[in-house]
Design a protein around this ligand. Structure first.
Ligand code: FPP
Length: 279
């Protein structure tokens, strides 16, 4: 199998170069990578995939700085990586993806960068609403967060993507934007307190189910796996209530440089860990 792959890669790469010769060591490295990726994929497919994966996509700016790009280019590469990730998730059988794209703390960044990120979001939601894959695989797109705090043009783009996918339930893509885990919990407390005050429920009725139903993720199971890129080992105000039993996985690559083998390794690690839920 690997020999055939190597032969095909060599052939394609020779055809692709004008002079008819290529960097053989790169071809061999790519082939080894592809073979490893395929082996990992078949290994991962033999066990249960996490139903819900949540990702803290960190390191766009550091990735850009390392290769001499500006921060916006880093964010664009980050957006492209997310589009790639959608394919990987579907390939392993994960139905729900939740990604952290913009936290409540991110408003404190340089206003010019925030403006550029908002422009990128606007463009990305229109792109997502028109994406053939989204419709072919019936992916329901939702934003989790304080949507009303976003600029009107971004809200309009979100409405477009959410509206065009509202009847889908095969897959779910949640984008946490203007999102903060503490704010989400505070909002849930306020909602529940309001119900108690109006006499709709008793204090005794407040339980895990009711709190879960009062969060942005009300209709979803908690994430099985939470993954963070860029080597930071923190949760940074992401899904604070929902992560009670999630497996955590930290990987030392910047988000735009996240490869399929990194994704597959994370799934394999999740599958290998005993999931005892404290029992
Ligand atoms: C994280 O890296 C990136 C952000 C907080 C900005 C927004 C995310 C994207 C543009 C990717 C997803 C795109 C869409 C359209 C949902 P960072 O800026 O914190 O980088 P650093 O850790 O190197 O500073």
């Amino acid at each position: 199998m690997t020999a055939l792959l190597l032969y095909n890669n060599l052939y394609e790469s020779m055809m692709a170069t004008e002079k008819g010769h290529s960097d053989i060591s790169q071809v061999i490295a790519d082939t080894a990578y592809l073979a490893y990726e395929r082996r990992l994929l078949s290994e991962v497919k033999q066990a249960q995939a996490p139903k819900h994966i949540a990702i803290i996509m960190d390191g766009n700016r550091r990735f850009a700085a390392e290769i001499g790009l500006n921060p916006l280019d880093g964010h664009k590469q980050g957006r492209n990586k997310l589009e790639e990730l959608l394919n990987w998730g579907m390939e392993v059988g994960t139905r729900i993806l939740t990604v952290y794209a913009f936290s409540t703390e991110n408003w404190q960044r340089n206003p010019e960068e925030v403006k550029e990120i908002m422009r990128l979001f606007e463009d990305s939601f229109y792109r997502a609403g028109d994406d053939k894959r989204v419709h072919k695989h019936r992916i329901n797109i939702k934003v989790l967060g304080l949507v009303s705090s976003l600029p009107a043009n971004v809200q309009k783009a979100i409405e477009y993507a959410e509206g065009k996918t509202k009847d889908y339930s095969e897959y779910r893509l949640n984008l946490a934007i203007a999102y903060g885990g503490r704010e989400e919990i505070i909002q849930a407390i306020k909602d529940i307190a309001g119900q108690v005050k109006r006499g709709e429920i008793d204090i005794e009725d407040i339980d895990d189910k009711l709190v879960s139903r009062s969060l942005y993720t009300a209709d979803l199971p908690d994430p099985d796996l939470i993954l963070r890129t860029s080597g930071e080992v923190r949760v940074s105000n992401f899904l604070l209530y929902q992560l009670a039993y999630s497996e955590l996985y930290f990987v030392d690559v910047y988000w735009p440089g996240f490869r399929k083998i990194d994704f597959l390794r994370a799934i394999r690690s999740y599958q290998q860990r005993a999931r005892r839920f404290g029992k």
